[in-house]
Design a protein around this ligand. Sequence first.
Ligand SMILES: Cc1ncc(C[n+]2csc(CCOP(=O)(O)OP(=O)(O)O)c2C)c(N)n1
Length: 332
Amino acid sequence: MVLIRVFEDKCAEMYAKAKIAGFLHLYNGQEAIAVGALAALRPDDDLVTHYRDHGYALARGLDVPAVMAELYGRSGGTTGGRGGSMHIADVSKHFWGGYAIVGGHLPLATGLAYAAVHHKTDRVVLCVMGEGSTNIGTFHATLNWAQLWRLPVIFLVENNQYAMGTALSVHSSVTEIYKKALAYDMCAERADGKDVLAMRDAVARLAERARKGEGPALLEAVTYRFRGHSMADSDVQRPREEVNEQKQRDPITMFLNDVLFKQNLIAQAEVDQIQKDVEAEVEAAAQFADASPEPELNTLYKDIYAQSVENMQVDGSLIRPATVLSRNGKHG
Ligand SMILES: Cc1ncc(C[n+]2csc(CCOP(=O)(O)OP(=O)(O)O)c2C)c(N)n1
């Protein structure tokens, strides 16, 4: 959680210095969700997220300098600098990407869950979205199929109570988001998204039932983001008092005070050391990103068409999507 916090504060600084361009949606305040959820999953469980994806990338163990270089749009980035902030991905880590289209990734995640069943693996898919996604048509179509086919997917809704600057009660007729799953007879739970252990326990429980073939679930994580929607947002819609009050319940200090200090699991000196080490790691990542060259112009079309992934391997097995074969004209 500290790594995500420090990393993203650095991102904000580098955005202001114009080292990072485009959209940049930060995760400050929501760190306990990604860290708790991924702690409950296996490294080969599949992960698909929305565009607020840096926290997931770091919690999944992607290379920190490569994530920073991706944000800088440099060739040392996770996708060679061609994706940027909203499209961090690393297939070797079963992280199939951040997606910019609100709700657009839900069918993809559910397709992965279908593939897991079809290939007789016991993998679970974690599909992360904001609460704004739950008003989108694909959300409803996807939940219907996922439940009908009892697919092993957890729909994790990060309810930070605003879609951009629009308050939940202004955009959704149902404000207890987990209840939307009940329309599809789907298992639904709500957890405190600022409590890292509560998040870990909830995801562990839902993953276990999904792995046993008991079907999908929707988990609503109630949270708040400490910054505006993106770095381009002046954040004028949210009352200052509300933002300040929410910052009093910071997931990092809550875990420190309510768990680690209370149970004598850590000393202040260790906390200080973690902070220092993380700051050094993030500084080194920023230097790596700065030194990494711009992508070569002749790589502009690389990885856009399916044939570029023709020989892609995941866990030793060759991926040969039908589109690859037909595009190459080798098979009909
Ligand atoms: C289909 C679609 N419509 C609109 C947008 C523009 N847009 C980007 S983020 C966003 C709000 C999403 O809010 P929420 O799902 O609650 O996630 P949060 O950003 O709060 O984490 C909107 C409307 C988009 N990217 N895709």
